[in-house]
Design a protein around this ligand. Structure first.
Ligand code: ATP
Ligand code: MG
Ligand code: MG
Ligand code: MG
Length: 476
């Protein structure tokens, strides 16, 4: 079942059950506390907080999401993308636990021929919050899930809250057992790769009070009206329904992965490092497309920096795969082909999107070229002294003057059998930070005249290196 069909069935199912269909909001959150929309419920926050009346008692959507904290997982786990689509159904004081659980089970297990997703019930494992006897009883007694496939988890995984004071409540997650090829048995409580989390049901039923952490806070009492917020990862369900290993191989991603392999002359599925890089490129190109599509432009702050970081990681991984020429135009075009049928505005806006992406690529390739020359010199000089370490000063200068990321310095030195004085590098970094702080403090007491500059620089991030000739840097 392709992604478009998964989405269609989702909306059909919930619209038939009285839900208002709400189109995805832009990734640029209107919520000032958030940089980017990271869950399906974000556009509905004012209704959950009872700041505005909801447009309908029940709603459904397929929301574009970006989760930058998951960036390190990309390509390494089988299930995390920086961009993904969250299918959701929401109840604002309408149905509650039993309704949400019954709908979820029905949609997942109804045979494909009858409009559902046709998942075998015996492959589904349930988690509930440790104290939520009510949810467990519904799964066991009403739905008929055997008790041994229902597990209890603590606050960290199965309790949701938003703000203080604000709504909170237990969650219940539905996980799909992908079998022994994905590791040891024992359920989602012990193995998240084998028991793939596909759907999270949040039961907002309490009012949260003060606390010291995400796991330690006071419950003030019951909410006047109880709400439902659920989220199913479209890409995760596609992974299961398309019988592929991971979400970078599903229909809307695989084209990008194949194109990256073609452009670099690499083969997917032979070598772990190559595979991880190909998946990172696949994910990051898709995310870059969706961010630029919603109007984000690369920069040194906020969302612009998120986009810049993601694009640079994609380009760096293309380089690791052996590419030295610009590839973004081809890759973004492929991503538009993959995502265009579901987001036609990407097709109409292709020219602008491509211009933003190729502009950023050109700037970064220039940085890479300059930095690479300087690093090569540093490596040569280390070798000629019989040393196997690139000095901290060189690594720091590359970072500070040329915007050359330290992980890249590490990688490129390693390729030539050298290490980098990382400890020294970190020392120089913290020294620089300490100096900046001292400057700022001096400014407050009226003793410095340059700290305003420093603060500006720190707030905006380092300016990009614009070319070899424009620098006045010493010792280059
Ligand atoms: P995980 O534990 O796997 O990181 P999560 O518990 O953080 O997932 P939720 O916040 O519950 O995820 O989000 C609801 C659903 O969205 C998840 O059940 C999953 O299907 C999907 N999802 C969450 N994060 C990602 C991601 N990075 N990439 C793809 N899908 C995701
Ligand atoms: Mg997560
Ligand atoms: Mg989870
Ligand atoms: Mg979850």
């Amino acid at each position: 079942m392709d992604s478009a069909e998964i989405r269609r069935r989702w909306i059909d199912f919930f619209v038939k059950r009285g839900h208002a269909e709400i189109p995805s909001a832009s990734l640029i959150a209107s919520d000032p506390t958030l940089l980017l929309v990271n869950a399906g419920m974000v556009p509905f926050k004012p209704y959950f907080l009872a700041e505005e009346p909801p447009p309908a008692p029940r709603a459904t959507s397929v929301q574009k999401c970006v989760r930058t904290p998951d960036i390190e997982e990309v390509g390494k786990t089988t299930r995390h993308g920086t961009f993904f689509q969250m299918c959701g159904n929401f109840s604002f004081g309408d149905y509650f636990k039993e309704g949400a659980i019954t709908y979820a089970w029905e949609l997942l297990t109804t045979p494909v021929a009858e409009g559902g997703y046709g998942l075998p019930p015996e492959k589904l494992w349930i988690t509930v919050y440790q104290d939520d006897d009510e949810a467990e009883a519904i799964w066991r007694d009403k739905i008929g899930v055997p008790a041994e496939r229902i597990q209890r988890l603590g606050k960290k995984d199965n309790f949701w809250s938003m703000g203080v004071p604000g709504p909170c409540g237990p969650c219940s997650e539905i996980n799909y057992d992908r079998g022994p090829a994905y590791g040891e048995e024992g359920g989602p409580a012990v193995n998240g790769e084998r028991y793939l989390e596909i759907w999270n049901l949040v039961f907002m039923q309490y009012e949260r009070g003060e606390g010291t952490s995400k796991e330690d806070f006071e419950i003030l009492g019951d909410l006047p009206s109880k709400n439902i917020d659920t989220g199913l990862g479209l890409e995760r369900l596609a992974t299961v329904l398309q019988g592929v290993d991971n979400l970078y191989e599903i229909d809307t991603s695989r084209m990008i992965l194949d194109k990256a392999a073609e452009l670099t002359g690499t083969v997917y599925g032979k070598d772990h490092r190559t595979d991880v890089s190909l998946r990172v490129v696949t994910d990051h190109v898709r995310t870059s497309l969706m961010l630029i599509g919603d109007g984000v432009t690369p920069g040194n702050e906020g969302r612009g920096y998120v986009l810049r970081r993601i694009m640079r990681r994609a380009i760096r991984n293309m380089r690791l795969l052996g590419s030295t020429v610009p590839t973004m135009e081809t890759l973004i075009n492929t991503a538009i082909e993959a995502m265009g049928p579901q987001y036609p505005e990407l097709v109409t806006d292709a020219k602008r999107i491509l211009a933003v992406a190729t502009g950023e690529e050109a700037a970064f390739l220039q940085t890479l070229r300059t930095g690479t020359g300087i690093l090569d010199n540093a490596i040569e000089s280390a070798k000629s002294k019989g040393s196997t370490t690139v000095g901290a000063a060189e690594a720091f200068q590359l970072h500070d003057t040329f915007g050359f990321p330290i992980d890249l310095t590490l990688e490129m030195a390693a390729e030539q059998g050298l290490s980098v004085d990382e400890e020294g590098f970190r020392r120089l970094m913290s020294q620089q930070r300490a100096n900046a702080k001292a400057d700022a403090k001096a400014k407050k007491t009226g003793h410095a005249d340059v700290s305003a500059y420093r603060e500006l620089l720190d707030a905006a991030g380092r300016p990009e290196f614009t070319g070899y000739r424009e620098t006045t840097s010493e010792g280059v």
